[in-house]
Write a protein that binds this ligand. Sequence first.
Ligand code: PLP
Ligand code: COI
Length: 341
Amino acid sequence: MEKKNLDWANLGFGYTVADYRYVSNYKDGKWDDGAIITDPNVVLNECAGVFQYAQTVFEGLKAYTTEDGHIVCFRPDLNAERMKSSCERLEMPVFPVERFIDAVEKVVKANEAWVPPYGSGATLYIRPYMMGTNPVIGVKPASEYQFRILVTPVGPYFKGGAKPITIRVSDFDRAAPHGTGHIKAGLNYAMSLHAIVDAHEQGYDENMYLDPGTRTYVEETGGANFIFITKDGKFVTPKSDSILPSITRRSLMVVAEKYCGMTVEHRPVKFSEVGDFAECGLCGTAAVISPVGKIVDHGKEICIPSGMDEMGPGLKKLYDTLTGIQMGRIEGPEGWVKVIA
Ligand code: PLP
Ligand code: COI
């Protein structure tokens, strides 16, 4: 199978239209068989539930080419489970976990030519999503839905690749304190768009959101969870019911303890502690592990000791181990890596 002729090493985190996508429709209380199709456009009624009441959820995972030439993806069962909880919160039907995994496999196989080669620095981003499709005008859930998966080859999420970034404490909240911060619904991301545009205008790469109730605890950024390394080498990551339960973060907690021999603390993290850590990073499917070099709190700079030049040693060890598992250089815990081709 011949790969597409792309400049893999210089891809950013953007959308490139690939050849195939997966689609399944929900009507009369059931999902149809689903199919791989070629049309990237979605045509919907003007009054579709997704347009009127924002009934839309999504997921994000990646496919990798391993060192020995297989194509794999990482823990798709956890994305399927998380999408289930997102759907339940927004009164949307669940796309069954087994079918979700099967659909990921089918769409990646169909787009094999778009999966970046091993060592290229790029990966195939997989975006499952679902929306309410039939007309609704009174405030109520739709009764018909479409589940789709698009794929697109991507490079690093932050410009500058692995260079440490500068973030600022946001005055805007990512998710209103109405109990949806833990789900991957478009509405939470819509809430963060103004904050990210404003942060970029002011020269910051991302926002650090604090808990919207008291603004004293570290929550997450617009697209990643936080991880910290203490001066004595412990792994610390915020515990909160209003952040997305990152699959990368949950995996790193295991990697830190079982592979790197670190003590893991999953607990509320006060913003006032941040200056005491040795290293700070963002973790997620898109972010992988992105080091943070500086946090600006209303003009006050907190310089993370690992600095602005490169990732610190604790995060580097975690990064090498996690990506080693994902790309087949290191054997992961059972069930983490799903071989697709
Ligand atoms: N937090 C937010 C708000 C996200 O959008 C993401 C990305 O999915 C994450 C955290 C990281 O989650 P995961 O590691 O499952 O990709
Ligand atoms: C992901 O990492 O998959 C995300 O969803 C983060 C962002 C691109 C929305």
